[in-house]
Design a protein around this ligand. Sequence first.
Ligand code: SF4
Length: 213
Amino acid sequence: MRHITTYDAPATGLRSIGDTSWHTRGVCHGMDPEDADATFFPLPRDHEAIAEAKEMCGQCPVRRDCLNYALENVLREGVWGGLTEAERRPWHDGLPQRLDYSRVIAFFNGRDVHLTESERQVVIDHAYVRGWRPDRLAGALQISHKHARDLLRQAANKVFDRDRTLGVPRRKTKRKHTTPATSRPAPTTSAAGQPMSRPVASASTHAPFGKAA
Ligand code: SF4
């Protein structure tokens, strides 16, 4: 099951183990299961039960986590985060396009976030800009080294194309006359003029997965 959230509990450093500790902070926590079912899974026209559920959710401190949980686990039925099935439908349908920077920041802070397509792309772009190496991105996104390398190359190409389109001047590399050839910085373009992933000497391959540089 995917249940990845961005609540404030300390990061465990483990991936794929969903932290559902926010459940215990929900206003509905501890309700009798039958009462909870009747309240949070009402019939579509049971306005009384829907109003009761919304009132409880309105006072709930983990309302946002609850809504994220329902979206990420494709839980289309019932009231979650104060929204009914009908009210959540556009959120479910538009989930791949959702771009929530608080979730991206949470990911960089080591949180176990199930990123949407849009959020994942932002992470890849930032990883390139921050000079992440492929193995670090591979660990963070749980993909192969080759896939991570390809994604960083695509991000590099995107930046290269954008700068060329906008006419952004390329940075000049200062020549150090006294520096031996073996310690010069690696070129950012290949012989064919195509951009390459930027290596950063200080980026540690032993840094915790998901941590920002
Ligand atoms: S938002 Fe509503 S359904 Fe979700 S945990 Fe809180 S009270 Fe329960």
